[in-house]
Ligand binder design. Structure first.
Ligand code: UDP
Length: 241
């Protein structure tokens, strides 16, 4: 069993990376069903601001701490989480397992050119995966919604950014009998080579978030949110009110 700890009113996975990867890979192996949310401070704030988004997060099977911001906050708030479990790493582990087990993978999100090179890159890296649906994220999501019902996908990666990716997953989740759904934010941009992960130095200093904010088009908004999150954490407050 995977343990959780309550933080900002949400149940966060409290596990070592190895416990977590083993657990989630077993679900994939067993043709199970799960809705994974990987939560960073921005997503936590959105849940605190928008009850409808919080309600969607409550439907998730697991919420993992995506970045150092959430794990650092957990210590200050008196509910220390064992490890940061970045969504991009979880998704990569799942792709590796999907390849080893010749599973069916569905991809939704990213710009059209990103999706094109992503399929190319992933097909080389994971030759045994069967891609049973590939939709970029700027068309009508109805097409992807129709396709997912038929696809019998084992792993569904959704890169529409928050809140769209979680909203889409929640809207189709009941239509399928199995499959691991995970919102992966900007991962397709990284894997397709269209945007780089932070340089090693940033990663080593656990400053990947700083690199992302400084290179993101909505970086200023993200920075403001991060400061608000920091204020909440310093005051040990779990709500905005
Ligand atoms: N995206 C998409 N459709 C949309 C909006 C965004 O496919 O309508 C993709 C975008 O191309 C990127 C990913 O979602 O690959 C994450 O987007 P963004 O950077 O805006 O989200 P954030 O990093 O803030 O979660």
């Amino acid at each position: 069993m995977i343990q959780t700890k309550q933080l900002f009113g949400l149940p966060f996975v409290d596990a070592t990376p190895s416990q977590w990867y083993t657990h989630i890979k077993t679900i994939l192996h067993d043709r199970g069903k799960a809705f994974l949310v990987t939560a960073n401070p921005e997503l936590v704030l959105r849940a605190l601001r928008e009850p409808s988004y919080e309600a969607i997060l409550r439907q998730a099977t697991f919420i993992t701490p995506d970045g150092i911001g959430v794990t650092a906050a957990s210590k200050r708030m008196g509910a220390p989480l064992t490890a940061t479990l970045p969504g991009i790493e979880t998704a990569r582990e799942l792709l590796r397992t999907a390849d080893a087990l010749k599973k069916r993978v569905f991809l939704l999100g990213g710009r059209p050119e990103v999706m094109k090179s992503l399929i190319h890159q992933l097909s080389i890296r994971f030759p045994n995966i069967r891609f049973v649906g590939t939709f970029h994220g700027f068309g009508k999501t109805e097409e992807a919604t129709q396709a997912i019902a038929e696809a019998q996908a084992d792993l569904i990666l959704v890169a529409l950014g928050a809140p769209k990716q979680e909203e889409w997953i929640a809207s189709v989740y009941d239509q399928v009998d199995h499959g691991i759904f995970i919102g992966v934010g900007g991962a397709f941009d990284v894997w397709s080579g269209h945007s780089k992960r932070a340089p090693k130095l940033f990663r080593r200093l656990k400053l990947e978030w700083l690199y992302r904010i400084s290179t993101h088009p909505r970086g200023f908004e993200k920075l403001k949110d991060l400061l608000l999150f920091l204020t909440l954490v310093l005051r040990k407050k779990s709500t905005l009110s």
